[in-house]
Design a protein around this ligand. Sequence first.
Ligand SMILES: Nc1ncnc2c1ncn2[C@@H]1O[C@H](COP(=O)(O)OP(=O)(O)OP(=O)(O)O)[C@@H](O)[C@H]1O
Length: 658
Amino acid sequence: MAARSSGLSGAAARGGGEILGLRRRFLAGEGLADGVVAAPIRRSWERCAALGLDMARLPAIEPLSGGALRESRERNERLRRAARAELLALHHDARASGGIVILTDAEGLVLDTAGSPDFAEKAARVALRPGVAWREAATGTNAIGTAIAERREISVVGAEHFFEMHRVLTCTAMPILDARGETVGVLDLSNPAAVRETHAAGLVRRAVEAIEHRLFDASAADWEVVRFHVDPEQIGSVREGLLAFAGDRLVGANRSGLALIERDWEAVGHLGWSDVFATTRRRSGDDGQLRTTAGRMLVGRAEAPRRSPMRGEAVPSILRSAEAEPTKVAPAASEPPAGSGPRAAAPDPIWDDTRRSALKRAVRLVDADVPVLIQGETGVGKEVFARALHDASRLASKPFVAINCAALPEGLIEAELFGYEEGAFTGARKAGSKGLMRAADGGVLFLDEIGDMPAGLQARLLRALQEREVTPLGAARPVPVAFSLICATHRGLADLVEARAFRQDLYFRIAPYTVELEPLRRHPDRGALVDEIWARIGGPAAKVTLGAELRRHLAAYDWPGNWRQLVGTLRTLLVLAEPGETLDTSVLPPDLRRGPALGDASFGPAPAAAGDLDAITVAAMRAALADCGGNVSRAATRLGVHRSTLYRRLTMRPVGSA
Ligand SMILES: Nc1ncnc2c1ncn2[C@@H]1O[C@H](COP(=O)(O)OP(=O)(O)OP(=O)(O)O)[C@@H](O)[C@H]1O
């Protein structure tokens, strides 16, 4: 809370313009009087400056591909499950205040977002969306990255953000700690900068408390757990203190437990029972008074291990990090990956003959109310195609409602799709919600990543499609709905049916007609496509030319991220170019430069091993920097490289140089 209150003494008390001026002067080497900005914000500015970040430039973002994001989500499933109920509850608060709630992994990689669709769209424009990591080293001072670096709750208001483009945000974030005190994720509430969400800190803190309580319970099955508090009424609530003991050794705790025994995380793994409590250890199941060695009186209850520790694994579950694996970096993705919520506006679509005729055929089906399934790799343009389909159909003037089934926790999709009645669950909005199926009434419902729809929901969806009615959560009676259905998936649905991961009856229902969108590596004339996209995004108008060798290279590359990656790369090239410039291959990032040989027309499967190696190197550098609390010199020493190498590699733009 200290950070928030001191944060308020900064940006909230001053105007954004004043803070911006202070930051500019500070970065120009002028000193700042103490207390002018909150200490954690000032420390973060210092770290960003030490990393060589330039506040006026665009941050170096490296969004994960749809596939890599899915892997990260799978790796963080335990955290996502523990956070599900809080995301659902906060989702409604966030919607009400026009903001979004965000769950990230330990590295600040955005896993899930939920809340106001309008703000989600604005946030997506500054890359606050699933698949993008908000570490300080990449995105400068921001609530998520700074909360990780400072290991504390923090609010970053408007111009306190390091990069100027992030001034539109006001964010409050808090690290989520496991029972050992390791950061396993971050919960963030982000609002438009103009909104002063005075309750954000309290909402985030309470939600993190509940998530950590759930994580503790899930990991402490092998150990004796002591639940305690000063107030006996609090035992059993998320406010209770928790300590876990393996034999005599303290092996886990929650924040409230440590606060009550007046210790910090150093105690975990080091102290024994008698270092903490003066009271003799009780038998499991006993309730009673506990006196700490500092003389504080508490009331507590000891519980025996739920599982026998002897039966278990060599490493006690409480000592294992929940999600320790490093985040995978996409080869060269340069634009938004698949994510939850609305995406940034795309340029006018480009249609070659094949897509144009596929579109024409599919329009007839939508007009006849026959469902259409669009299949293709990530980034091939499935959503772009679906929107175009709606625009060209008889339903063009009716709603187009899109939902990404892979992006929301199961509980959220259900509430989003079917709606709910007032009081249907904790956190439900007062007036209830009519749900997206009813919002799509008369128009088109687009279910993206349908292959990721949980089994229970598949059954409900099938029923809704067959009976043309939905029953909102908590409602007594079904409500009739009529919409045309377009679904999309990057997964082979027929294979999923065969593997029994997708219901066959639902498959037949949604896929009477399938459109296969080809990956870019099979595109017959990528050179012409590069020219057309370059013209569309305004390259020639800005008098920026793609040099012949660069153009050949772009045409020869096999673009594993498909249209998304190609369009994103060209846009980035244009943003970073000077008017009148002719660009050559040196502006490309290493992994793109090492693509298939120039002029090679037969393209094997993409990412070169060297590209992966680069990604691994950068990930290792980031991890070392994070371990060293952002201290570049220490991280460089640890890695055995020069400081300048670390600066250069970590501030490298996705395309081109800083
Ligand atoms: N026909 C097109 N013309 C121009 N740009 C396109 C076209 N199709 C796709 N794009 C670009 O690619 C991006 C990704 O497209 P889209 O979101 O439709 O892909 P997707 O196949 O749905 O991806 P995912 O499976 O990862 O959700 C768009 O934002 C746009 O920039």
